[in-house]
Design a protein around this ligand. Structure first.
Ligand code: CAA
Length: 240
C-alpha cells in the first residue's frame, strides 16, 4: 500500500511543490491548509490531491485533522511541517500578537503535528518528519525576531526529536531554504528584496521545486540513514 503523507501549508508555494513531488514519488498526499479555500480548491482541481483545512497552530485541530486523514487515507507515515507565516517588523513596531502568531503557527505547528503522528510511526517502526526551517533561523534577519526565533527553534526541535525517533525507524530532518520565489518573499518590499538577492552568490531566488526535490529524498526509503540533519538550500547565501 502507498505511504501516506501530510504536507502542512501544502496547497501553495513551497508546500504545493512538496505535495506534487511526493505524489510523483508514489505517495498518497493530504495537503493541509488554513485559510484560502479558493486556492485550495484550485489546487485540488489541478493536482488531484485532496486538501484538508485546519490550523496547525491549534493542538486539538491537528489531532482531529490527522485522525480524519487516517480514517480516509490510512496511517500517516510522513509529515512535512511546511506551514508558516511572516509578521515582519523591527522589535519597536512588533506587537505581542505578531510575536505570538508566528511562534504559535511556525514552531507550535511542528510540535502539534509531530505529537499527533509520532505514536503511530513509533508503533509501525517507520516514519519521516521533515521540518521546513529557514536561512533566517540560522543567520537571523533584520525585522524578524519572531520568525527567526521560530525557525531557529525548528532546527533545535528537529535534532531533539531525531534522537527520540531514531531507534523506531522515524527520521526527523530539517531543510533551511533561503529566499524562494513564492508569495511570502514577494511580500518583501522591492528595494529590500533587491538588496537581498544581490547577496545570493548564485544570483537569483530559489524555486519551490528545488526545495521539494530534497524533501522527497528525505522521505524516501533511501533517506533512512539521514536523521537530525539540516540541509541548507539557499544559493550560497549562508554557508552554515
Ligand atoms: N541592517 C541594518 N539596518 C537596517 C536593515 C538591515 N538589514 N534594514 C533596515 N535597516 C535600517 C534602515 O536603514 C532604517 O534606518 P534609519 O532609520 O536610520 O533610516 C531603520 O533600519 C528602519 O528601517 P525601516 O524604516 O525599513 O523599518 P520598518 O520597520 O519600516 O521596516 C522591515 C523594517 C519590515 C523589517 C523591512 O525592512 C522588511 O520588510 N525587511 C525584510 C525582512 C525580510 O527579509 N523578511 C523575509 C520574508 S521571506 C521569509 O521569511 C522566507 C524565508 O524563510 C527566507
Amino acid at each position: 500500500m502507498a505511504r501516506v503523507a501530510v504536507v502542512t501549508g501544502g496547497t501553495r508555494g513551497i508546500g504545493e511543490a512538496i505535495s506534487l513531488a511526493l505524489k510523483e514519488a508514489g505517495i498518497t498526499v493530504a495537503a493541509n491548509y488554513a485559510g484560502n479555500d479558493e486556492k485550495a480548491a484550485a489546487f485540488t482541481e489541478r493536482t488531484g490531491i485532496k486538501a484538508y483545512k485546519w490550523d496547525v497552530g491549534d493542538f486539538d485541530a491537528c489531532a482531529a485533522g490527522v485522525a480524519q486523514v487516517e480514517a480516509e487515507l490510512g496511517p500517516v507515515d510522513i509529515v512535512v511541517n511546511n506551514a508558516g507565516i511572516t509578521r515582519d517588523g523591527t522589535i519597536l513596531k512588533m506587537t505581542r500578537d505578531m510575536w505570538e502568531d508566528v511562534i504559535r503557527i511556525n514552531l507550535g505547528g511542528c510540535f502539534n503535528m509531530a505529537h499527533a503522528v509520532f505514536p503511530g510511526m513509533r508503533t509501525r517502526k517507520w516514519g519521516r518528519i521533515v521540518n521546513i526551517g529557514s536561512i533566517n533561523g540560522q543567520a537571523g534577519q533584520y525585522g524578524q525576531v519572531n520568525y527567526a526565533a521560530a525557525k531557529s527553534g525548528i532546527h533545535g526541535f528537529t535534532k531533539a526529536l531525531a534522537q527520540e525517533g531514531a531507534r523506531f525507524g522515524v527520521t526527523v530532518n530539517a531543510i533551511a531554504p533561503g529566499y524562494i520565489d513564492t508569495d511570502m518573499v514577494a511580500a518583501v518590499p522591492t528595494d529590500v528584496l533587491e538588496k537581498i538577492v544581490a547577496k545570493i552568490p548564485v544570483g537569483r531566488l530559489g524555486q519551490a521545486h528545488e526545495i521539494a526535490r530534497a524533501v522527497a529524498f528525505l522521505c524516501a526509503e533511501e533517506g533512512g540513514f539521514v536523521t537530525g540533519s539540516t540541509l541548507s538550500i539557499n544559493g550560497g547565501q549562508h554557508m552554515y
